[in-house]
Write a protein that binds this ligand. Structure first.
Ligand code: DQA
Length: 147
């Protein structure tokens, strides 16, 4: 099984960015945990980060041509604003899981709205870096259930 994990804006600053909220692991350390987890599960996971909405849309559009069976997406602040990312997820017929390090519902009210929540298979929010691993697990279970 092949899964893409996409990280949105400012997640490249993990490790130093608002550590009380997001923890002290850097993005490359989180990607390392994802790679280790993928190995134990016998699946292929590739990670990608961009601060640019368009680059994330391009990546989602590329998924069907890359044999990807599911997308795990932390769209970061674009979660709350991006109709373009929502439309891209709708355009590609690939199941997606929404993840957040923090619990977005315990934070400012503008973070309570997700523009993608109703077009993804499910959402994991609030478990720190574990959110990604839980999201991958959810994506794997969803894909397997459709086979
Ligand atoms: C985030 C939550 C978003 O509201 C925020 O803009 C982020 C990170 C999270 O992982 O908790 O950048 O997606």
């Amino acid at each position: 099984m092949r899964i893409w994990v996409l990280h949105g804006p400012n997640l490249n600053l993990l490790g130093t960015r608002e550590t009380a909220l997001y923890g002290k692991l850097t993005l490359s350390e989180i990607n390392g945990e994802i790679a280790t987890f993928a190995e134990t599960q016998g699946i292929k996971v590739e990670t990608f980060q961009s601060n640019s909405e368009g680059a994330l849309v391009d990546r989602i559009q590329a998924a069907p041509h890359s044999g990807v069976e599911a997308i795990v997406l932390n769209a970061a602040a674009y979660t709350h604003t991006s109709i373009a990312i929502r439309d891209a997820l709708l355009a590609v017929n690939i199941p997606a899981v929404e993840v957040h390090l923090s619990n977005i519902y315990r934070r400012e009210s503008f973070r309570h709205q997700s523009r993608i929540a109703d077009v993804v298979v499910g959402q994991v929010s609030g478990f720190g870096p574990q959110s990604y691993l839980l999201g991958i697990r959810g994506a794997m279970a969803f894909v397997s259930s459709k086979k």
